[in-house]
Structure formats: C-alpha cells, structure tokens
Design a binder for this molecule. Structure first.
Ligand SMILES: [Zn+2]
Length: 135
C-alpha cells in the first residue's frame, strides 16, 4: 500500500522523513510529525537558525532518540474552510534548541504561533484528529 506523505516536496528541503516506503522531503517541522501519525518513521531536520541537525525516530506515535533533547517546534495552526486543522509551513520549523527559536522569532514577521516539544505536538495532533473524525 502506498501512503500519502503529508507535505511531500519534490525539491530538497531542511526536512526529511524515512518511512517503510522510502525517503521523502517534506515542507516543515510540523510535517515530520504529522506523517508520524500514520506510520513509523525516522526524521531528520536542519535548524533554520544554526543549521544544527535534529533527529528522532517515531514508533507507534512515541518519539524516541530525540537528538538533541532540547529540540523544539514553532507551529502556526489554522482552521481550513471545512473545519479541519492545518499548519502553515512557513511558520512551522523545528529548532535544535530554545536559543535558536528565540533568534528566529526576533526576525519572524508571520502569524503568531505556538511552541511545542515534538511529543507534545504529536499528541495534540492525534487528539485533534480524534475530534474531527468524531464530528
Ligand atoms: Zn539551531
């Protein structure tokens, strides 16, 4: 079965996932985690502030081996017309540490977002999805 990769990009990006079906670039840090809801994967990203590498593995929606453990996401969430939840990728990178997030925020002029640890964001998306499917 071929799964759809959320946010897949045909050109290389800072964000890469490896799933049982292959390796894909995706558009943002949030996409790395959104894909982890449906499949186990390995993720690798580059911090947009310092180019530091962020890595983790997801098994059954649990994040393992998060390196560095200080990695943190900034996410801009929106509601689509049909009420479903979406993220705006331009405002949703992943950083290797809090200082990088702060540096990036100093120059950020997009929509205000929220800050999550990777597991927090994954858990939040799983609970939102449950709500949407119930509706
Ligand atoms: Zn950094």
């Amino acid at each position: 079965m071929i799964r759809t990769i959320i946010g897949v990009s045909l050109v290389p990006t800072r964000y890469k996932v490896r799933t049982p079906t292959g390796e894909y670039y995706v558009r943002c840090g949030a996409d790395l985690l959104l894909n982890a809801i449906g499949t186990d994967l390995e993720a690798e990203a580059k911090c947009p502030a310092c180019e530091g590498i962020v890595r983790f593995r997801v098994t059954d929606t649990e994040i393992h081996e998060l390196r560095p453990s200080t990695s943190i996401l900034h996410v801009v969430e929106t509601r689509m017309a049909n009420g479903r939840h979406a993220v705006e990728c331009e405002g949703s990178p992943i950083f290797d540490k809090e200082n990088c997030l702060q540096d990036w925020l100093d120059g950020y002029q997009g929509k205000p977002g929220s800050i999550f640890k990777p597991q927090e964001f994954l858990d939040r998306m799983i609970s939102l999805r449950g709500t949407e499917e119930a509706n």
